[in-house]
Design a protein around this ligand. Structure first.
Ligand code: S3P
Ligand code: PEP
Length: 765
């Protein structure tokens, strides 16, 4: 055998594993490996012969000894599962048995990494290349090998902190060990590890130990505990943890723990002051932020939300499988209007007084806006069943957020915030997800700069945006080059803070929710033809808002009913603001049987029930003036076109290329997959429909929604007239605008199954 062959053989043979310290952590590693079918020999060294006996009896180890020298030389991989302060002595013993740890991959499980690294440097003069420091983020308040659990690491993170010269083979071996137990292995540097763990693990343990100790001292007979409620139990579970281990951790990670304790004490002092002063708003703001953050954390743990998917870079996990055929019948109310929901939070926060919102969209986009205001110190109750109560702080009452404002997938939030934040005294940063980071922001940055704002963008005018505070704004007359309600609204919001008049002319009418809502909050906005304007420096007064159902979400079901023979579907309480009804106008021009019932005005916005029954559709040239009025509904309208007789032509819609995806290209790709004849143009598309013919209008196939909610929902609806199953990948983002889409789709008779984490209702209380 050559040297190279010997190395390969060593790498491939099941390694001999030695666990030093056979407690809960080491024992669970052995148990997890055994359960995974690990073929190597597992030995353990522990000063407690009783623990070794238990490990043998439980079948976790093949051999055990209290003497390291009996086991270490034969081991390929050694895991040091002892308290951090015992590491140095152990490393010295290993060095004596095998100087420099040559040929042995050694790792540890200590909760702090700098001390272990320092210990290694003292013993070896450097961190030996085969020593890979690590930390499984799993554990329990239990200790001892008897509590070993083969599932302890499944789905948990293991953090490894390799050095620049760490041996690749040793790293791969350690990685493979944890992965075999079902863990997710991540790498980070030692300093970051220690700072993060001080905040997320060490501080909460310190607090739990302290609370229990304080109460126990006050009541020596421990009577209190007899009456302790669930809150006490939840908060203090970790105070049952191993005292020696935790003494070592606090000794080892002293500086990072003290820094996080300082932050905690400052926060506690603020809450104390609020309680003392009976400052309900301050309490609500802190509790609201915390409660929302805790729910977000919960959704991360349960992997239920879009943002989780984003964080894990695994959006493709949510896949829709839609059976061909199905019906579109019944009555449904789709969730609240996204555009109005964003604005309700923004204006409610900037108003004086308390604004109650009903019908609020609990989708990821509008929730991001809500969270951003909490981070700027606004007390917000809810959302609970669409009800949100906003304790307005006035135009000048926002506080600087402590970090970047993350608006996820929402172009509306980023562009409207840009205007609003340009008027603040503090500097802020706006960031978004991958999709949003590709979208153009110069359309707002440039006119805002013309008003005097100081704004930095990333290359090419993309997010993130830094908006420098404290710069005076002056009113502007802006002739918008594109018809965009987001740009118009951004400038009007900046105009609230500007000296003089801010005027915006739009090349085509766009949604006017900002103007209407400002009016409803007592802030006059004037309009003459295509131009609207306001004067800076006035005040907003709180006013209740009833958010109608979102016509952009309803559009998917309108099209579903319009293309499905035998359908009869009523959509309740739909917002039919004339600047949003392009979808109704276009469907009617195509011959749809669509009726508006009980038209009425609710809180300044017109609403109606929309009843749609099947009627044959005909292809049309979409009138140019309908483009801005139906801008978000084109993915759905294209599906109507694919089911109409003849060709439907759209032009003047280049804006579709800069939405959550390039919607012209995304729809064309999907059509190519399912077999719909079309030709793509720079600013539009021609779609040749097979409507009128017998049977299905097209086939099926697997489509990538590109993470765009509207592409995903459009192709789900397409399946109603497909000949085969339509499978749509990358659907997690549907939760941004339509969190219960799949439930309602099934209710009207669509055969939609979800694979991967369900995206629905994780925000329900
Ligand atoms: O102002 C708004 O709430 C919106 C305006 C539109 O964007 P543009 O202004 O970019 O056309 C629309 O596509 C978006 O979904 C919501
Ligand atoms: C374009 C959309 O939203 P936004 O621009 O807010 O991301 C949309 O919802 O279709």
């Amino acid at each position: 055998m050559t040297d190279a062959e010997a190395t390969t053989a060593r790498a491939e043979a099941p390694p001999g594993l030695l666990i030093v310290g056979l407690g809960l952590i080491g024992g669970s590693l052995a148990a997890g490996l055994r359960a995974s079918g690990f073929g190597g020999r597992i030995t353990a060294c522990d000063p407690d012969a009783g623990e070794l006996r238990r490990g043998l009896d439980m079948g976790l180890i093949d051999a055990g000894s209290t003497r390291l020298a009996e086991l270490a030389p034969a081991a390929d991989v050694i895991v040091l599962a002892v308290p951090v302060l015992a590491m140095e002595g152990l490393l010295a013993e290993l060095d004596a048995l095998n100087p420099g740890l040559k040929g042995q991959a050694v790792t540890d499980v200590g909760s702090t990494k700098a001390t272990v690294r320092d210990a290694a440097r003292r013993v070896f003069g450097r961190v030996p290349p085969t020593l890979v420091l690590g930390h499984p983020i799993a554990g329990s308040e239990k200790s001892g090998v008897a509590a070993a659990d083969p599932e302890l690491y499944a789905g948990h993170n293991v953090l490894l902190t390799p050095e620049a010269d760490t041996d690749a083979e040793a790293l791969a071996r350690v990685r493979a060990l944890w992965q075999a137990c079902g863990a997710r292995v991540l790498e980070m540097d030692v300093e970051r590890h220690d700072a993060v763990l001080a905040q997320t693990s060490h501080l909460p343990h310190l607090l739990a130990f302290s609370l229990v100790d304080t109460l126990a001292r006050q009541d020596a007979r421990l009577d209190i505990f007899r009456y302790a409620a669930g809150g006490f139990r939840d908060f203090t579970r970790i105070a049952g943890s191993d005292p020696v281990m935790w003494r070592d951790i606090f000794t080892a990670n002293r500086d990072a723990v003290l820094a996080s304790l300082d932050d905690f004490e400052a926060g506690l002092a603020r809450l104390r002051a609020a309680v003392e002063a009976g400052d309900g708003d301050a309490m609500l703001a802190a509790f609201g932020r915390a409660s929302h953050a805790r729910r977000y954390f919960e959704s991360l743990l349960n992997k239920t939300s879009y943002q989780t998917e984003y964080a894990m870079q695994s959006q493709s996990q949510v896949t829709y499988r839609v059976r061909p055929g199905g019906s579109a019948r019944g009555r449904v109310r789709v969730p609240g209007d996204k555009s109005i929901s964003h604005r309700s939070i923004m204006l409610g926060a900037l108003a004086e007084g308390v604004t109650t919102v009903t019908g609020f969209l609990e989708g990821e986009d509008s929730l991001a806006t809500l969270q951003a205001f909490r981070e700027m110190g606004v007390a917000i109750e809810g959302p609970s069943q669409g009800r949100v109560v906003i304790h307005g702080v006035g135009l000048h009452g926002l506080k600087a957020p402590s970090g970047p404002i993350y608006v996820g997938n929402s172009g509306t939030a980023m562009r409207l915030f840009a205007g609003l934040l340009a008027g603040q005294s503090f500097t802020s940063e706006l960031a978004g997800d991958d999709s949003l980071t590709k979208r153009p922001m110069n359309r707002v940055a440039e006119p805002l700069r013309a008003m005097g704002a100081l704004i930095d963008t990333a290359e090419g005018g993309r997010p993130p945006l830094t908006i420098h505070g404290g710069t005076p704004l002056a009113g502007l007359y802006y002739d918008m080059p594109v018809a965009s309600a987001q740009v118009k609204s951004c400038l009007l919001l900046a105009g609230l803070y500007a000296e003089g008049e801010t005027r915006v002319r739009e090349p085509a009418p766009t949604r006017d929710h900002t103007e209407r809502m400002l009016g409803g909050f007592g802030y006059p906005v004037a309009r003459d033809g295509d131009t609207c304007w306001l004067e800076g420096g006035r005040r907003l007064t709180a006013s209740p808002i009833d958010v109608p159902a979102d016509i952009s979400s309803a559009a998917f079901f309108m099209v579903a009913a319009a293309i499905t023979p035998g359908s009869d579907l009523t959509l309740e309480h739909v917002g039919i603001n004339p600047t949003r009804t392009g979808v109704i106008n276009v469907l009617k021009l195509m011959g749809a049987d669509l009726e508006l019932i009980d038209e009425r005005e609710v809180g300044g916005e017109p609403v109606a029930e929309v009843r749609v029954r099947y009627a044959p559709l005909t292809g049309i040239d979409i009138p140019a003036e309908q483009v801005a009025l139906a801008i978000d509904e084109f993915p759905a309208l294209f599906i109507a076109a694919a089911n109409a007789a003849g060709t439907t032509r759209l032009r003047g819609a280049a804006e579709l290329r800069v939405k959550e995806s390039d919607r012209l290209a995304a729809m064309a790709d999907g059509f190519a997959t399912i077999g719909v004849e079309h030709s793509l143009h720079d600013d539009g598309i021609d779609i040749v429909g097979r409507g009128g013919a017998e049977g299905p209008s097209y086939g099926g196939g697997r489509i990538d929604s590109l993470g765009d909610h509207r592409i995903a929902m459009a192709f789900a609806v397409a399946a109603l007239r497909a000949g085969e199953e339509v499978v749509i990948d990358n659907c997690a983002n549907v939760a941004t605008s339509f969190p219960n889409f799949t439930e309602l789709a099934r209710r009207i008779g669509m055969g939609l199954e979800v694979q991967g984490p369900e995206t629905e209702s994780h925000h329900e209380p």
